[in-house]
Ligand binder design. Structure first.
Ligand SMILES: [Fe+2]
Ligand SMILES: [Fe+2]
Length: 245
């Protein structure tokens, strides 16, 4: 016997199925969203591949390896702290993109491109690559993202109240797998994945203490960063707990 309402029942079931499908797609960001996501991921992988290729030609082998390691470490920290993985990968990869220039070349490039350097910067040439790096990442690698450019700019001296990506790259630069000289590396590496701001403080503390101990000049910006993170840690009333033994 044919149900007099058969067609209506069939279309209702069909409608329900369609709605369920749509709901599932919505959960996955929609079929359109998924396609876009796939495309974005492909584009991101292609962007990283091209930048690596170019960077490899410009940097010395050790510097290139270091850049890769900072990039991987930045991604790990971004996973831990819920930051955009692609931006972390890019920032880590490019943080030393101006490191192939020597002091004279950097000063000349800054003058030519209108990047202003304070007297303090001129007296501490080791930090100029991060100042010019921000400009060079835009000029040579087409980076426009403000957070990435800021992370490149601040990776050497830090600054008070850094953003999350600044803190990630600053820390990754210190703890990446090829680093071996700093005294408390093991401890700070573990701490970085427990409490990032505390790790930033410890890095600044050890850097400033080391520079003062060797009679080297400590940049004002570095001291400002140190004081800011020291206050932050004090305000939080942290008691320092070793993450692991
Ligand atoms: Fe650097
Ligand atoms: Fe570096």
């Amino acid at each position: 016997m044919v149900c007099p309402n058969g067609f209506a029942t069939w279309s209702l079931m069909g409608k329900q199925r369609m709605e369920k499908k749509k709901e599932k797609e919505k959960e996955n960001g929609g079929s359109e969203g998924k396609e876009r996501k796939d495309r974005d991921l492909r584009n991101e992988a292609e962007e990283i591949r091209k930048i690596r290729e170019k960077l490899k030609k410009q940097l010395k082998p050790d510097r290139y390896e270091h850049s890769l390691s900072v990039s991987f470490t930045s991604v790990c920290l971004a996973m831990r702290y819920g930051y955009d993985l692609h931006k972390a990968e890019l920032a880590g990869l490019l943080h030393d993109c101006a490191k192939q220039f020597n002091k004279e070349e950097l000063i000349r490039a800054c003058r030519k491109d209108g990047v202003v350097l304070s007297q303090e910067m001129l007296d501490s040439p080791q930090v100029i690559h991060s100042i010019y790096g921000e400009f060079y990442a835009r000029k040579a690698y087409g980076i426009e993202d403000r957070e990435i450019l800021s992370a490149i700019h601040n990776h050497t001296l830090g600054k008070p109240a850094m953003g999350l990506l600044d803190e990630i790259v600053f820390t990754a630069d210190y703890i990446e797998v090829r680093r071996w000289k700093a005294q408390r590396l093991k401890e700070i590496r573990q701490l970085a994945f427990v409490d990032l701001q505390r790790a930033v403080y410890e890095i600044l503390h050890d850097t400033v203490t080391y520079l003062e101990g060797t009679g080297s000049y400590v940049c004002r910006d570095s001291l400002d960063s140190y004081r800011y993170y020291e206050n932050l840690v004090k305000k939080r009333g942290d008691t320092f707990v070793r993450p692991y033994n």
